[in-house]
Design a protein around this ligand. Structure first.
Ligand code: PMP
Length: 404
């Protein structure tokens, strides 16, 4: 095994305990880094108290740790301030928060533009909003390679587009969206931009200000942190103008029988007890990510993607979905083998200690556009190396031998 990868793998408790495992499902959930797990345990065993409630020493220590976590996330995203970071239960919760809170500022006939390539969690909330308010929902199409086709963007936005909500990177094809072009067109139309960063964050720190978007959503479990926590970043003045989504403790200014006033962001959007230990664990994961040599990791991830794509292209009856080369996609590679169901493929691979996902990947509109009902997906992260790719290619030889 590659020495750099071996040093990385040893920092992930599950991978360290399972040397023979070829984990190629990081797009679904990345493995948790030891520092994140330690931070959760340390918090729960030395610092556990509710936040923003108590005045005793333990509660103040919990407050400080939670606040520090918000600052770490702000650094990871290059946010304008920690007040722009809203902790949520995950990317899905963050996307629904925008669909509800921003959605409440929209009127019938206003338009939200999404894309065919969205994960269901950036698709269904907008359909639900359409049902509730009568907004128009329009779709950016994809080309045969699954890449967003931005050719008709101004026309698709029309005259009343209020928000463009798109994925930064497809969870099926790995294709990166041309965020700069989308932001430029949205600005022209006076629309806000929400970026679903769920698949981008495990490939390195992000710069929301350079991206030029207004909202950014992601989940902790996809960037080496714990589950049960996610983030919505919102530009300060955009969040300040939004009504709350959930009502409850922590999000108010003052409550009387007749009227309630709202706290300022981010508390306005964090009703109830937040996922405290999980946020602290996420911050530890992001702090660790910010120490890494990302150009080197990207080069390796891309090389592995190329190796996999080249190997897959040699397999008869196999159709590769998404861009044909590794340089225009994150290292997420999905494929279809004629006549074989992805669940059967994954079962044979599982027998060889290969963890891959088969199915619709919560992206049925995209799969329909690509002409498949289901596909098999290999997703590569920083702890994978050539042995994982070779194991998969060897496994697919067995798949063809046993299933055809
Ligand atoms: N968006 C994309 C692109 C995703 O890949 C996922 C997770 N598969 C989500 C959103 C939803 O993330 P979560 O299930 O963690 O809320």
């Amino acid at each position: 095994m590659n020495a750099a990868v071996s040093a990385l793998r040893s920092q992930f408790p599950l991978l360290a305990a399972a040397p023979g495992l070829h984990y190629l499902d990081s797009a679904a959930t990345a493995q948790i880094h030891g520092a994140a797990l330690d931070a959760v345990i340390r918090h729960e065993t030395t610092c556990r108290a509710n936040v923003m409630r108590g005045t005793y020493a333990l509660a103040e220590a919990a407050d400080r740790a939670f606040d520090a976590a918000r600052h770490s996330v702000a650094r990871f995203l290059n946010a304008g301030s920690a007040e722009e970071i809203v902790f949520t239960a995950g990317a899905t919760a963050a996307l629904n928060l925008v669909a509800q809170a921003f959605g409440n500022t929209l009127k019938a006939g206003d338009r939200v533009l999404i894309s065919v390539a969205e994960h269901h969690s950036n698709f269904v909330p907008w359909q639900m909003l359409r049902e509730r308010t009568g907004i128009e929902l329009a779709l950016i199409p994809v080309g045969a390679d699954g890449v967003l086709d931005l050719g008709r963007l101004p026309e698709l936005m029309g005259s009343r587009c209020r928000l463009v909500a798109v994925t930064q990177c497809s969870n099926v094809t790995g294709a990166w969206s041309d965020v700069a072009a989308i932001v430029a067109a949205a600005r022209q139309a006076g629309a806000r931009v929400l970026l679903d960063g769920a698949q981008a964050v495990q490939h390195g720190p992000q710069d929301v200000r350079a991206l030029g978007v207004d909202f950014y959503a992601f989940s902790g479990h996809k960037c080496f942190g714990p589950g049960g926590v996610g983030v919505l970043w919102g530009r300060a003045q955009v969040l300040a103008a939004l009504p709350p989504f959930l009502g409850g403790g922590g999000m108010i200014g003052e409550v009387t029988f007749d009227n309630t006033t709202w706290a300022a962001p981010p508390q306005r959007f964090e009703a109830g007890t937040p996922p405290i230990a999980q946020a602290i664990g996420l911050a530890a994961a992001l702090d660790w990510m910010m120490t890494l040599d990302w150009p080197q990791i990207h080069a390796r991830e891309q090389r592995l993607g190329e190796l996999l794509i080249e190997g897959l292209q040699r397999i008869p009856q196999l159709r590769l979905l998404g861009p044909a080369t590794a340089d225009s996609r994150a290292p997420i590679v999905s494929f279809d083998i004629e006549g074989l169901h992805p669940h059967d493929i994954c079962q044979v691979l599982d027998g060889r200690n290969l963890a891959l996902r088969g199915g619709h990947h919560c992206a049925q509109p995209l799969l329909a556009a690509l002409g498949v009902e289901a596909c098999t997906r290999a997703s590569i992260a920083l702890y994978n190396d050539e042995t994982d790719i070779q194991a998969l290619l060897d496994g697919l030889v067995e798949v063809q031998r046993t299933l055809t």
